[in-house]
Ligand binder design. Structure first.
Ligand SMILES: Cc1cc2nc3c(=O)[nH]c(=O)nc-3n(C[C@H](O)[C@H](O)[C@H](O)COP(=O)(O)OP(=O)(O)OC[C@H]3O[C@@H](n4cnc5c(N)ncnc54)[C@H](O)[C@@H]3O)c2cc1C
Length: 462
């Protein structure tokens, strides 16, 4: 996208919204609900046919634990979503009571309901193409859908595309990848259905991966990490069932509400395909992922007792993208902020999840800098994410919550987990509604103390 794309032959709709949310994903769905609850007229624009983004359409379950002193740091709408999920008959909680696990299909219904109840509007199957700008304000988003090219106007915009599509199109400076421009690995998640989980559980217990119960399985293999499954993977590679890289990261677990089905946090996509904001790489990743899914399915059917009759249940509609563009915001969160547990006057979210880099060079890195010594390592530690991290430089009526928030590569790998995206989204939604209704669209005029009070009133921890 380029700022010059206003020459496209679009049709401008009469209607004007207070807030348009681009991308109804993990952060965007929550932002839309929060803004609508704040009294704004809200439209969420989503490329797929359901809300939830990576959490639903990339099949990323669970919500990663973000805990300090035994307490969950993300509250407010993220807690409400969990409560709604617990009420559902298709399950949202594991037998051990951990409600961070969820059934992605169930979450789609819950998000629909919450947005609808708040009177938020939704436009599915619609791709945001480009923002239209007057000076440093976005006036409309040009979108493409079955109606052709249309310009949709609003006072305030929330870019929750994960890839900062709107911000980049508006000319906001963006960063991507590590110091070599390498992004985190993408993954295409899938499920295997028709698994005899009792037999598989017995096998895993016998082979050294302890399982509490056949009702909820969790097993893994990463080369050279002493997984009891490594000899099986080695044999499968020797027999040509798997490729060497299929063992760079393999993880599977049960899904609440979906008996006899296993969800896989893999395969990782080929390392040269690492930029999810590059349409050609993203497309090639889809094919590469499906090929790997066939290999992993063959492996499970051949080598894992209980999987002989298993078949592919779901291939996630979206490739799982961990990191692409990150905006240059008014503040850039760094790994030092995480390690030193930096607190900010304009905090909108607390985090204690570690640096977690799925490198395309293989393996995964959890935080180890100043290992055990930095304040971060205290069990009751946390750092904060300031409102300024979601304020993109150079545009006055745009907010960017979620994985594209302003942060370094390492810091992003920590704050990107879903519950933080929910919390950033909730703050962005309230702020956008206030900016639209009270501050002529200016997101920097929002009173952040009042925003924090509002988040607390809604159950948030800030
Ligand atoms: C493989 C993988 C495993 C992970 N594991 C975990 C885990 O176990 N636990 C955890 O908590 N987190 C995990 N994460 C991280 C977490 O899921 C993501 O960082 C988070 O969901 C991103 O949220 P987001 O709102 O920024 O983006 P998304 O949830 O991806 O939302 C972006 C939305 O915008 C839409 N969109 C994009 N571009 C456009 C456009 N131009 N027009 C219209 N719509 C558009 C997309 O369709 C999507 O719905 C994982 C991520 C991946 C990829």
């Amino acid at each position: 996208m380029s700022p010059a794309s206003h020459t496209l032959p679009y049709r401008t709709l009469e209607c004007e919204w207070d807030v348009i949310v681009a991308g109804g994903g993990t952060a965007g769905a929550v932002a839309g609900i929060a803004a609508a609850r704040t009294g704004a007229r809200v439209l969420v624009i989503e490329a797929q046919g359901s809300l939830g983004g990576t959490g639903t359409n990339a099949w990323v379950t669970p919500l990663m634990r973000n805990v300090s002193g035994g307490e969950n740091l993300n509250r407010g709408l993220t807690e409400e979503i969990k409560a709604r999920m617990r009420e559902r008959s298709d399950g949202a909680i594991d037998p051990g009571g951990n409600d961070n696990w969820f059934n992605p299909e169930g979450l789609k219904f819950v998000l629909d309901d919450l947005l609808h109840e708040a009177s938020g509007e939704i436009l599915f199957h619609t791709q945001v193409v480009a923002p239209l700008l007057q000076a440093d304000q976005i006036t409309a988003l040009v979108v493409h859908n079955k109606g052709g090219l249309q310009a949709l106007r609003a006072r305030v915009f929330i870019d929750a595309t994960g890839d900062a599509d709107v911000a980049a199109g508006a000319g906001v400076p963006c960063h991507g990848g590590d110091e070599h421009g390498l992004h985190q690995a993408m993954s295409l998640r899938f499920t295997l259905a028709g698994v005899d989980t009792v037999r598989l559980c017995d096998f895993l217990n016998a082979s050294g991966q302890h399982q509490a119960s056949a009702d909820f399985l969790h097993f893994w293999m990463v080369w050279d990490r002493r997984s009891s499954l490594e000899p099986l993977f080695r044999r499968a590679v020797e027999q040509g069932v798997l490729l060497e890289r299929d063992g760079d990261y393999f993880q599977a677990f049960s899904v609440p509400g979906r008996p006899r089905e296993l969800s896989f946090n893999c395969p990782r996509i080929r390392p040269d395909l690492h930029d999810g904001a590059d349409p050609w790489q993203l497309s090639a990743a889809q094919v590469d992922g499906r090929q790997a899914i066939m290999r992993l399915t063959a492996f499970c059917r051949t080598f894992l007792p209980g999987c002989e009759e298993a078949f592919v249940g779901v291939v996630a509609p979206m490739v799982g993208v961990r990191e692409t563009r990150r905006i240059q915001g008014d503040y850039t969160l760094s790994v030092a902020d995480i390690l030193d547990c930096t607190k900010f006057e304009d905090s909108i979210c607390r985090n204690h999840y570690p640096v977690d880099i799925h490198s395309v060079k293989g393996g995964a890195k959890l935080l180890h800098e100043r290992d055990g010594e930095a304040p971060y390592f205290a069990p009751d530690a946390w750092h904060e994410i300031p409102y300024r991290c979601i304020l993109p430089q150079g545009v006055q009526n745009l907010l960017v919550p979620g994985r594209a928030a302003s942060s370094t590569f390492e810091a992003q790998s920590s704050i990107r987990v879903q519950q933080n995206c929910h919390s950033m989204g909730e703050a962005a939604g309230i702020a956008a509604a206030w900016a639209a209704r009270r501050h002529d669209g200016q997101v920097r005029d929002v009173n952040v103390r009042a925003l924090q009070d509002e988040l607390r009133q809604r159950g948030g921890l800030v």
